[in-house]
Design a protein around this ligand. Structure first.
Ligand SMILES: Cc1ncc(COP(=O)(O)O)c(C=O)c1O
Length: 457
């Protein structure tokens, strides 16, 4: 059965609407490569079978085998600086010619410079760094470190949270889709409800009560070493209030629980600040970074923590072959330079104002838009069929997505009904306008032919 539960993380690759999409694009070479992909890769939710076959990318665009171009408003959150950004590529190519790999027992200049750069960008004593080849591994290191620092093994997370796909990360995470059928997981995980931020940009501190769940579980359960959460949930753009995060920080400090913030998809200017926690005036104890850290070129992730937690000298927290990766470090250093030299954070602030105005205007036109919320260039548009019950417009959201795809705009649908828009931060105003035009046309088409639409599912 295909229901909203299957759609927490993103759109799915086995729905009738996906089959309709294949009828449109599955021909010639595309068909042949999609078949080969399906022949050789293990099939899994949300990848094989795949959406299309890519050939190239540049700036905000992906180009497929047939020359069809998509503005990429998803980019797996690696594309803050767009694709094939020449500034990044030059620096990575230069590093490639000198030292492309560094065996674990050695260190190297770019890795040290990147660790120092991260430390300089973080507040307080957050100046100790470990690198990893991917976000999931950074989460694993953070969970281990929290056990060592606190001497307690239990962790609290949100229901429905995602922190990576490995067994430790799905144990700590809360998405049923990733845990189902997996058998025994890592013990000692308690989950609390995530703060509800529907109507996020209009509301005050009504989510503050959710922070009380955290204290309740810490006190009732005992042995809690860490609370792990995304500062802002990326997939369906949940923006807790400042009061919520301040309260959470206070509770964690009071009980000696480490606050681990997962900013893997949302750092490096996505929300208008270098790091999302800066919006809230709080300091985490551990921050996990990844995705865009490698500037859309090299896989790269990091865990940053407090100087005083540099105590696990006889433990391997992250024994990764590609730990101090010089190429990933060169890409990340170039990424920070590019953001600074191009005043990208100021640009994103201005884009946020533009997006808010445009999306609120769209909401006036389409009653099916129950909520628009966002910060920087991270926006969620929630489609509902009934304002009172907040019934999710699941089928319609998927149709809007495929209609946009057909017209050159790619994004993900989260929770079944949240259109998530996260374009490269380098996007021009004209490109943003053009993307919003495609979205508006798709909403018009799907919601003016509602009857027809529903009968085709
Ligand atoms: C919030 C969050 N945490 C962790 C991860 C895992 O990162 P990676 O896929 O690089 O292992 C992801 C990836 O989507 C994520 O969105």
């Amino acid at each position: 059965m295909i229901d909203a539960f299957h759609r927490t993380e993103g759109d799915i690759n086995f729905s009738p609407a996906r089959q309709d999409w294949y009828a449109l694009i599955r021909n010639g070479e595309t068909a042949r490569y999609l078949e080969e992909d399906e022949r050789y890769f293990l099939h899994q939710s949300m990848s094989t079978p795949c959406l299309d076959v890519l050939h190239a990318c540049q700036g905000i665009y992906l180009t497929d085998l047939q020359g069809r171009r998509y503005m990429d408003f998803h980019g797996n959150n690696v594309h803050q600086l767009g694709y094939r950004n020449a500034f990044i590529l030059d620096r990575v190519k230069a590093q490639m010619d000198v030292l492309p790999f560094s065996p674990r027992r050695y260190t190297n200049e770019p890795a040290i410079a990147l660790a120092a750069r991260l430390a300089s960008l973080m507040p307080g004593s957050l100046n100790r760094v470990l690198f990893a080849p991917g976000g999931t591994s950074a989460i694993g290191m953070a969970l281990k470190l929290a056990r060592i620092v606190t001497g307690r093994h239990k962790v609290i997370s949100y229901w429905d949270s995602f922190h990576g796909a490995s067994l430790d990360a799905i144990s700590a995470g809360g998405e049923r889709e990733f845990r189902k059928g997996m058998g025994p997981l890592m013990p000692g995980v308690e989950r609390i409800p995530p703060p509800e931020t529907y109507r996020g940009i209009f509301k005050g501190d009504s989510d503050l009560l959710y922070a009380e769940y955290l204290e309740y579980v810490i006190e009732k359960e005992g042995d809690i070493g860490a609370f792990i959460a995304e500062t802002v949930r990326n997939t369906d753009v949940q923006l807790p209030s400042q009061a919520y995060w301040k309260k959470v920080r206070e509770i964690c400090t009071k009980h000696g629980v480490l606050l681990i913030l997962d900013e893997i998809p949302i750092a490096f200017g996505r929300t208008g600040h270098m790091f999302a926690f800066e919006h809230y005036g709080i300091e985490p104890d551990i921050v996990c970074l990844g995705k865009g850290l490698g500037a859309g070129v090299i896989p790269m992730a990091a865990m940053v923590t407090r100087d005083e937690y540099n105590i696990a000298t006889d433990v391997s927290l992250g024994h990764y072959t590609f730990e101090k990766n010089p190429l990933g470090s060169a890409a990340a250093l170039a990424m920070f330079d590019y953001i600074e030299q191009n005043n990208l954070l100021e640009k994103v602030h201005a884009d946020e104002i533009f997006m808010r105005e445009q999306l609120q205007a769209l909401q006036q036109k389409f009653p099916v838009i129950g909520d628009v919320r966002g910060r920087g260039l991270l926006w969620g548009i929630e489609l509902i069929t009934d304002e009172k019950t907040k019934t999710k417009a699941v089928k319609e959201s998927e149709l809007v997505m495929y209609e946009c795809l057909q017209n050159g705009l790619s994004f993900k649908v989260s929770q079944g009904n949240v259109l998530q828009l996260s374009p490269p931060l380098t996007i021009t105003r004209e490109e943003l306008q053009s993307a919003l035009g495609i979205l508006e046309a798709a909403l018009s088409k799907v919601f003016s032919s509602q009857h027809q639409v529903c009968s085709s599912i």
